[in-house]
Design a binder for this molecule. Structure first.
Ligand code: ES4
Ligand code: ZN
Length: 326
């Protein structure tokens, strides 16, 4: 049995974390009150009861509703610092967080407000916890290419503070090919590229993400295992997969953690990492994900070492700094 302190104390990077998905119900209520926003819940218990999802879309509807309490730079600061404190307590020394600008700009919150809040939160977390943080700006794939281009334009002056672009939201019906041009533009601006693919979507979406978006990292990727040639390619190319076990369970990507593919992924030689995705909604932070895999008999102590090492190898940290972490 793997000891809890081993999971906690082993340094790790978190590479798949939507900052809006770290909004705990308690903070949601506090911000709703502070900003005089009404939310469709009476209490924290009421919120938690609503967190029963049959699929990704069920979750996204609630997730976007929850994000409506985020109004000011201070709100984004408070959201981010709460996550960094929690992550640091889990032994996370480096994290690369997603944010969804369109979720906020569509509500009239300026892009700059989001950036100012997140960056001040990052500065505070560096000082308080010594944690390093990179930002990945995600395009919402249910929106059109023009909206993604407008978002990239808004990001122009912030590009020195943004490491990469990602692709999230409703996967089915919104293949990566829809965003080939905006990803090419982001690449030309010097940004790294990641995309959610193969969470609910077919293996062909993973192939598109590789070939048309030129991704440096694959978010989820579970369904790639349905295609042996694709699996072999991901292993050969040492593509990092950011796997999120509790998310997969809550969104019914797997029916039971006993059936989670993490061990098959490791056996196939894939560079797997473990992440929490939207921890406030899926029942746990990164160490809860590790613990759940251990409880399900899915990973050994050796596997945890591999997974933690993979998290740094798959990060966008520059080489000089990376050498101090592994
Ligand atoms: C997400 Cl789990 C997941 N999948 C796709 N988009 C997302 N946005 C936030 N969480
Ligand atoms: Zn995600």
């Amino acid at each position: 049995m793997v000891h809890d302190t081993f999971i906690t104390n082993i340094p790790k990077a978190e590479l798949h974390l939507h900052i809006e998905g770290s909004l705990e119900p308690e903070l949601m209520f506090r911000l709703a009150k502070r900003n005089r926003i009404s939310i469709p819940f009476q209490s924290v218990e009421d919120v938690k009861k609503a967190y029963n999802f049959n699929n990704l879309q069920d979750f996204l509807d609630i997730y976007y509703a929850g994000a409506s309490v985020l109004q000011t730079a201070e709100d984004f600061h408070d959201l981010a610092t709460a996550y960094f404190a929690r992550a640091a307590a889990d032994g996370v020394t480096h994290t690369e967080i997603f944010f969804d600008p369109q979720t906020h700009t569509a509500r009239g919150i300026p892009f700059d407000v989001v950036m100012e809040g997140l960056l001040s939160g990052i500065a505070e977390a560096k000082a308080q916890h010594g944690i390093s943080v990179l930002l990945i700006m995600c395009f919402l794939r249910h929106l059109d290419e023009d909206s993604a281009f407008a978002t990239l334009k808004s990001a122009e002056k912030w590009i020195p503070h943004i490491s990469g672009v990602g692709l999230d939201s409703s996967e089915l019906g919104h293949p990566p090919s829809k965003f080939a041009r905006v990803f090419a533009a982001a690449g030309s601006a010097g940004l790294m590229r990641v995309a959610h693919a193969g969470e609910e979507g077919p293996p062909s979406y993973v192939v598109e993400a590789l070939d048309l978006l030129n991704i440096n990292r694959l978010d989820h990727g579970n369904r790639a295992l349905e295609d042996a040639a694709l699996t072999a390619r991901l292993a050969r190319e040492a593509m990092t997969l950011t796997v999120c076990p509790l998310s997969n369970l809550k969104l019914c990507v797997v029916d039971n953690l006993n059936n989670h593919p993490v061990n098959r992924m490791l056996d196939a030689g894939l560079r797997v990492t473990i992440n929490s995705d939207d921890p406030a909604y899926f029942g746990g932070y990164i160490n809860d994900n590790f613990r759940a895999l251990v409880a399900a008999g899915k990973v050994s102590r050796e596997d945890i070492i591999t997974l933690a090492r993979n998290s740094f190898l798959g990060s966008f940290l520059k080489d000089e700094y990376l050498a101090t972490q592994i």
